[in-house]
Design a binder for this molecule. Structure first.
Ligand code: SAM
Ligand code: SF4
Length: 330
């Protein structure tokens, strides 16, 4: 197998793999997994850790160098810390990160750190415990906040706080969230709500980056930060004198498809080349039928050729994305 063969027909080099290791979650965020709507995958449909690690190794041999572990909530899956340890021994990965809702962080932060993980994204849409309960269905704000302090103390870097900006839900707190970047080394990342699945947050909650920027600009000038090579689609800024950064992920208002370097593997082993499309290729079936690494690599290469040039959310004839964010991994 050849390195750097993951180049799609639009000449985008794919080097970033997002792994959803479970579709389960201990929260029910209104924009992702509202109560009662989403059936759980049967246990046997979920890739084992051995299967995931094998697929990661094959992807790395094709040019993947950056891996993010996500879910569902990755920290609810049994054995996750040993899995992370194993993942960080794979040669060829220069950057491993995890995205978590932070509920189990405080108790397990050392185990994540000891597994070799240094980069972490924590989802936090509000600083108000009551609103946290309304958004997530669980009264866990203080636990998450404790977890954020714990990752700061132990020295994770970067620590990114993901904030899905929603009109009439947390738009009165965007300035307070942005302020956190002054006294803390946090990267506050404002994410536009994406219409994926059948969540309880909809178009009327949509709040786009220009409006968010206009609000938080009252705190001072946003100075652009140059993107590093492995950076994702976030537009990065910093307030003068701030320890941390501000980022905007604008899938709707400024879509970044032309630079998209991502592949996703879902918890059930589906390879997806675009978050905002239901097109996927089943890797689990061939893997369990005994395909060799080379055969699986060829399937991955073929699927990469199907990566669309961009999403079609604004096209009136396009079908909405029916898969849920919790099963794809965000
Ligand atoms: N459970 C973990 C968490 O919440 O961080 C990881 C999985 S979650 C699907 C990954 C990210 O996707 C989170 O930061 C979440 O806020 C974001 N997300 C979920 N649904 C979204 C949506 N409809 N639009 C934009 N971001 C979304
Ligand atoms: Fe769970 Fe994360 Fe989805 Fe919230 S965003 S429901 S924490 S998977």
């Amino acid at each position: 197998m050849q390195a750097y063969s993951l180049i799609d027909r639009y000449n985008r080099r794919l080097n970033y793999l997002r792994l959803s290791i479970t579709d389960r979650c201990n929260l029910r965020c209104i924009y992702c997994m509202p109560k009662g709507l989403i059936p759980k995958l049967p246990h046997e449909e979920i890739l084992t850790y051995e299967e995931i690690l094998r697929l990661v190794r094959i992807n790395v041999s094709l040019g993947i160098s950056k891996v993010r572990v996500t879910g569902g909530e990755p920290l609810v899956r049994k054995g996750v810390f040993d899995f992370l340890k194993e993942l960080s021994t794979i040669e060829g990965i220069s950057d491993i990160s995890i995205t978590t809702n932070g509920v189990y962080l405080k108790d397990h932060v050392h185990r994540i750190y000891d597994a070799g993980i240094r980069r972490i994204n924590i989802s936090l849409d509000t600083l108000n415990p009551l609103k946290y309960l309304k958004i997530t269905g669980q009264d866990k704000f203080h636990r998450v906040w404790g977890g954020i302090q714990a990752v700061k103390e132990i020295g994770f870097k970067p620590i990114k706080l993901n904030v899905v900006a929603l009109r009439a839900v947390n738009d009165d707190e965007l300035i307070d969230m942005a302020k956190l970047s002054f006294e803390n080394p946090f990267h506050i990342r404002f994410i536009e709500h994406m219409p994926v699945g059948t969540p309880g947050a909809s178009a009327e909650h949509s709040l786009l980056t220009p409006e968010i920027k206009a609000q938080i600009c009252s705190l001072g000038e946003l100075v652009p930060v140059k993107n590093a090579i492995n950076d994702g689609p976030a537009e990065r800024y910093k307030f003068k004198g701030a320890q941390g950064e501000i980022g905007f992920i604008s899938a709707l208002s400024r879509h970044f498809c032309h630079t998209c370097n991502r592949l996703r593997i879902t918890a059930s082993g589906q390879l997806r080349t675009c978050l905002l499309s239901d097109d996927q290729f089943d890797l689990k079936g061939p893997l369990r039928k005994g395909c060799t690494d080379t055969e699986l690599a060829n399937m991955i290469l073929k699927t990469v050729c199907r990566k669309p040039s961009g999403h079609h959310l604004f096209c009136s004839e396009s079908a909405p994305v029916s898969s849920h964010m919790s099963s794809i991994g965000g």
